[in-house]
Design a protein around this ligand. Structure first.
Ligand code: TYD
Length: 133
């Protein structure tokens, strides 16, 4: 994995009552968090994503269930399985992503360093390939 995407292992604060994970901006999340969204109730065999961002940084955490994320830097592709609430995938700008193999109970929570802005999306793969050159 490279700087533009990496797995972050969150510390589990667990005791006999159960587990707790704390996410803090500029600490275990390496940016200021401006937005949180989550994806759940996915239909069977769907794929989502199919875009890169010009500037946005995100951390994706599967807080329940599991899913896979294919990340592509324009040269190499890598598949990351998110199947634990203590794992986060940092995805920085100019990385193409596709999410799939969502378990029925999957809740994929995403932390982002900016508000939703459609003009920050690159939704055309050829345009993405040109952009990373
Ligand atoms: P979409 O980009 O299709 O999701 P994915 O990347 O998972 O395939 O987003 C679905 C819709 O939700 C689309 O109309 C844009 C909108 N949206 C927001 O309004 N705010 C957000 O923070 C996000 C992520 C999406």
């Amino acid at each position: 994995m490279q700087d533009k995407y990496r797995l972050i292992n969150f510390k589990i604060l667990g005791d006999k009552r159960g587990s707790l994970i704390s996410l803090e901006q500029n600490k275990n999340i390496p940016f200021e968090i401006k937005r949180v969204y989550y994806i759940y109730g996915n239909s069977e065999n769907i794929r989502r994503g199919f875009h890169a961002h010009k500037k946005l940084q995100q951390v994706a955490i599967c807080i329940n269930g599991s899913c896979e994320i294919m990340i592509d830097n324009g040269k190499e592709k890598e598949i990351v399985i998110l199947n634990s609430p203590n794992k986060g995938l940092l995805i920085q700008n100019m990385i193409w992503r596709e999410m799939y193999n969502f378990s029925e109970d999957c809740i994929l929570m995403v932390l982002a360093d900016d508000f939703y802005d459609e003009s920050d999306y690159i939704r055309n793969y050829e345009e993405f390939k040109e952009g990373v050159k």
